[in-house]
Design a protein around this ligand. Structure first.
Ligand SMILES: Cc1ncc(COP(=O)(O)O)c(C=O)c1O
Length: 394
């Protein structure tokens, strides 16, 4: 059966291709060191597991959550956590909505706001969901280039006025996948001013808000004056609590925006599993120490990889946040060639930067998450394998 043109027009989801190559390599018995997909390998907090087991056992939480925004216990826990973490007050009935992780909600933001011919401004390199769903909805994704010269922040003044006038959504993502950049307060202020000037809704993807390495935790855009009338922020339990498969998150901020995306959601899904929401409420209260342990583990891994690659002559900047390391591909090679060589000759999986849009070319992404008994030793071994490659000719 012929698939819809909207689906045919878009390249396969990048990880599907990596998964296929990986399956093939594993079937041939290769000892792969896998820096591919960013999926935390550490177990979720014990208190989260207990809370979920109890919620399932005690019930009654097996039915649809028919509420408009989510279970009251969940919304109250999010509001308390948000106030404590970002100093931002949220109204639990109206400014917060439970989501099934952040991916679906980011996608539905495009469906809720983009008309054919409208524009979304998307960071490139960046998470592909912003652009693909804009295109599914009949809109145009305008790629804002992110490079080292601007600290991987988009130059909003460089967006042509004709594009900005047609733009409905501005997607931002800090800490940023794939570059690991963190945004300044000044940048967030400029983004809100820009959105006000052009009447744009900001969709701030904060999935990695708790994965950072500096002394100052990343801020919420909602802490900026005026942002509550301009921005929805998308949060997730996936990376903060190593709960990717649990599918739980929330969006919050601009009340009418939260209501708009919620309306779209009501036609497509039926809210997160109520027992999961209950467990999420408990996790937000009990998981603070856990998040700092996870950060410390990623920091050790980051340092082994960055220092290791530097020691063999690669130019690498350590990320300020996320568990990704964004590394320039060896000279004379495209990112796809570099990733292919690492896979075929060192049996090391990385993701070519070109998977993250046109401005991702010239880089490869290493994820610091990996399933292995001793991840730090595996990272060191990967560096050793890479050091043996002849990368001079491409
Ligand atoms: C930038 C970014 N946003 C959102 C997500 C989606 O995460 P989830 O749907 O698990 O919350 C991911 C996942 O990799 C991501 O990298």
């Amino acid at each position: 059966m012929e698939r819809a043109r909207r689906l045919q027009a878009i390249a396969p989801y990048p990880f599907a291709e990596i998964a296929r190559l990986k399956e093939q390599a594993l079937a041939e018995g290769w000892d792969l060191i896998d820096f591919g997909i960013g999926d935390p390998d550490m177990p979720p907090p014990e208190c989260a597991k207990r809370a979920l087991a109890e919620a399932v056992e005690v019930g009654p939480l097996n039915n649809y959550d028919e509420s408009s925004y989510g279970l009251p216990a969940f919304l109250d826990a999010v509001a308390a956590w948000f106030k404590d973490r970002f100093g931002v007050e949220l109204e639990p009935r109206g400014e917060i909505k439970v989501t099934i992780g952040s991916k679906e909600a980011l996608a539905k933001a495009a469906w809720a706001y983009i008309n054919p011919g409208d524009v979304s401004l998307v960071p490139t390199p960046g998470y592909g969901v912003y652009a693909s769903n804009t295109q599914f909805a009949g809109g145009e994704a305008y790629a804002m280039p992110l490079g080292p010269d601007t600290g991987y922040l988009p130059d909003l003044d460089a967006v042509p006025a004709e594009i900005a006038n047609r733009a409905k959504l501005l997607f931002l993502n800090y800490p940023h996948n794939p570059t690991g950049a963190v945004a300044t307060e000044e940048f967030h202020q400029r983004a809100v001013e820009f959105a006000e000037r052009y009447n744009i809704l900001i969709c701030s993807d904060a999935a990695y808000s708790e994965v950072y390495y500096g002394d100052e935790p990343p801020m919420s855009i909602l802490a900026v004056d005026g942002a509550k009338e301009r921005a929805i922020e998308f949060h997730s339990f996936s990376k903060t609590f190593c709960m990717t498969g649990w599918r739980l998150g929330w969006m919050c901020g601009f009340e009418d925006g939260v209501a708009g995306v919620s309306r779209m959601k009501s036609y497509v899904d039926s809210n997160a599993f109520p027992a999961m929401q209950q467990a999420g409420a408990v996790t937000l209260r009990c998981g603070g120490g856990y998040a700092s342990q996870v950060r410390a583990a990623y920091k050790r891994r980051r340092d082994i990889l960055v220092e290791g690659l530097r020691s063999i002559g690669w130019t690498v900047e350590p990320p300020q946040g996320t568990f990704f390391v964004w590394v320039p591909s060896p000279q004379g090679m495209t990112s796809a060639e570099a990733a292919a060589k690492l896979l075929s000759e060192a049996h090391v999986i990385t993701i070519p930067g070109s998977s993250y849009g046109e401005y991702g070319e010239g880089y490869i992404r290493f994820s610091l998450t990996m399933r292995a008994d001793d991840v730090e030793a595996r990272i060191a071994e990967a560096v050793d394998r890479i050091s043996r490659l002849d990368l001079s000719s491409g």
